[in-house]
Write a protein that binds this ligand. Structure first.
Ligand code: GLN
Length: 478
């Protein structure tokens, strides 16, 4: 039995009794274990947990009862989403042995829908990074080319799908961490509207920017996973009281004729090489589908990276204050005073990128600098959001590149944090505005490296975004 690539294939196999959910769970874990020496995507396997759900699904199939939308689907989960009784490290030595006492809301919903969690996948420490090289547990390798990064920070989630061990996975996106690895690994990745999916149980990096989002081999599987995890949750006050439409029903109509699509001139100005070529071809394909494509302007784009790296570091410095050696797991053995225990614990167990961000964030929030940096960044964030509001008064959707370059070589950018931060140039604006955005494969470079097309829509317009993405996917034959 090979692990099928789509939810529909798997569920057809289960229903026609070609295999059981338990067999599939075992085979999928065995496959992931076989591939782990090469790609290093998984940190922890959870066979008992997957098999417990599998047995429930198999019993439902035997009894002929109605199945959940993810019944018997193997799933991998980024190690920043807490799982009760299952180690959740956030890619950090600080939480190396942390066993959460509860499940994230997304996890509860996923398992209630019949999803089988095979294990936890690697990521940059506390989701800070664009390449997975900031993980305390070794870099994940891109299944497309093992010399290259899978993107970050949800690199393990993208690799697990791209290597075929699972058809879908969960990641998190704060400034691009779902879209960028999806584009680097040649799969679909979705950042929903801020507030669409509960953040309860997503370990906080930058609370006003953090999102849980799905990865899949195709648009409809990503939509199916979002459907299950979306919706208001009383455990997260920022989850929105907005009804969740039936995404799969919306995908039955992929007629996008007349849809108005904007291409931001500020983005295309900077796009070069094969990436720019693939985006131009994608725009031509959208025209073939009958879309009305035109240039738009997002004038404050040039401030996005600076704004993001002030807002996210400020929030991170506050959120990561809780890792003080008193609660959670790690504690320095080399301290005789309380102060030294705090300082040494944080000094010994956080990695360099996390420390850099805590220092930067603490600085921009400090007395005398708050107005000049943090407050200013909040004002510019509002201007960036207004750029999108203005654009969406003229167009239904925006298309753009995901990343200025395809997957780069492991080690290529580790010594230059600013070059690494520039990877996020096209993804950060959507994150700051809190709008839904996604990456959908749009071809390869001449070296055979995947390129992603980014689609962005107005708040809570995931339905429209999925329809456009699906129409594009069909047209391009991915
Ligand atoms: N690469 C960006 C960063 O390092 C985005 C990370 C993310 O979305 N979690 O902050």
């Amino acid at each position: 039995m090979s692990i099928a690539k789509t939810i529909a294939e798997i569920q057809a196999g289960l229903r026609s009794r070609q295999f059981t959910a338990a067999e599939l769970a075992r085979e999928a874990i065995a496959d992931a274990e076989r591939q782990n020496p090469a790609t290093n995507a998984f940190l922890t396997f959870s066979p008992e947990r997957a098999l417990a759900v599998a047995e429930r699904v198999d019993a439902q199939i035997a009894a002929g009862t109605e199945l959940g939308p993810l019944a018997g689907i193997p799933v991998a989960v980024k190690d920043v989403i807490v799982t009760k009784g299952l180690k959740t490290t956030c890619g950090s030595r600080m939480l190396e042995n942390y066993i959460p006492p509860y499940d994230a809301t997304a996890i509860e919903r996923l398992e209630s829908a019949g999803g089988m969690i095979l294990g936890k996948v690697k990521c940059d420490e506390f989701a800070m990074g664009s390449s997975n090289e900031n993980s305390a547990f070794g870099v994940v390798r891109n299944p497309v080319d093992l010399e290259r990064v899978p993107g970050g920070s949800s690199g393990g989630s993208a690799a697990a799908v791209a290597q075929g061990s699972v058809p879908v996975s969960l990641g998190s996106d704060t400034g691009g961490s779902v879209r960028q690895p999806a584009s680097f690994c040649g799969i679909v990745g979705v950042t929903p509207t801020y507030g669409r999916v509960s953040r309860y149980g997503l370990v906080a990096f930058a609370s006003s920017l953090d999102h849980i989002g799905p990865f899949a081999n195709n648009v409809s599987d990503a939509a199916a996973l979002l459907q299950v995890i979306a919706g208001q949750d009383r455990m997260d006050a920022t989850s929105a009281p907005v009804a969740v439409p039936d995404y799969l029903a919306a995908l039955r109509n992929t007629d996008v004729r007349g849809m108005k699509i904007g291409v931001p001139v500020e983005y295309m100005k900077q796009a070069t090489g094969d990436t720019a070529d693939r985006i131009h071809e994608s725009i031509a394909a959208l025209r073939t589908l009958g879309c009305d494509v035109r240039d738009i302007s997002l004038p404050n784009t040039e401030y996005a990276i600076a704004t993001y790296y002030i807002v996210c570091t400020a929030e991170a410095s506050a959120n990561l204050a809780r890792y003080d050696g008193v609660r959670y797991t790690a504690r320095s053995a080399n301290a005789s005073t309380l102060h030294d225990m705090y300082a040494n614990t944080r000094g010994e167990f956080f990695g360099p990128e996390v420390k850099r961000r805590i220092m930067l964030g603490t600085y921009v929030l400090s007395h005398g600098y708050y107005d000049a940096y943090y407050k200013k960044a909040q004002q510019v964030r509002a201007m960036i959001t207004r750029d999108f509001t203005q654009a969406f008064s003229e167009v239904d959707a925006i298309v753009a590149p995901v990343s200025p370059f395809p997957a780069f070589k492991i080690g290529e950018k580790v010594d230059d944090p600013v070059a690494m931060y520039l990877s996020d140039i096209y993804t950060i604006t959507g994150s700051l505005a809190g709008i839904p955005c996604m990456s959908v494969p749009c071809g390869n470079t001449s070296e055979g490296l995947p390129v992603g097309l980014q689609i962005l829509c107005g708040h809570f317009q995931e339905e429209r975004m999925f329809r456009l993405a699906r129409a594009f996917e069909q047209q391009r034959g991915f």
